[in-house]
Design a protein. Structure first.
Length: 87
């Protein structure tokens, strides 16, 4: 797979468009906390395709579709629970 991560500027633009805090963006992207999110924003860390895909799927897909994928992951033995609320 050929992949080039989004720029810090693109991530900042998305954050502004969504009007979310760093903690909320961390939740959306499935990263540990706002501090880790700010590493992506500062260019200290490049975002993996999987992390970006997870967030974009949560923004674009219906909740039922996300839950179907999570259930499939669980059927393989994964333990995954998302925080309450969409974001």
């Amino acid at each position: 797979m050929l992949y080039s991560p989004p720029s810090p500027e693109s991530l900042a633009k998305l954050k502004a468009e969504l009007a979310l805090s760093s903690a909320q963006m961390a939740n959306l992207f499935g990263v540990s906390d706002g501090r880790q999110w700010r590493k992506y924003m500062g260019g200290d860390r490049e975002m993996s395709a999987q992390t970006l895909f997870f967030a974009m799927a949560r923004l674009e897909l219906a909740t039922e579709d996300i839950n179907r994928v999570l259930d499939r992951m669980r059927s393989l033995g994964a333990l995954i629970e998302l925080p309450d609320g969409k974001l």
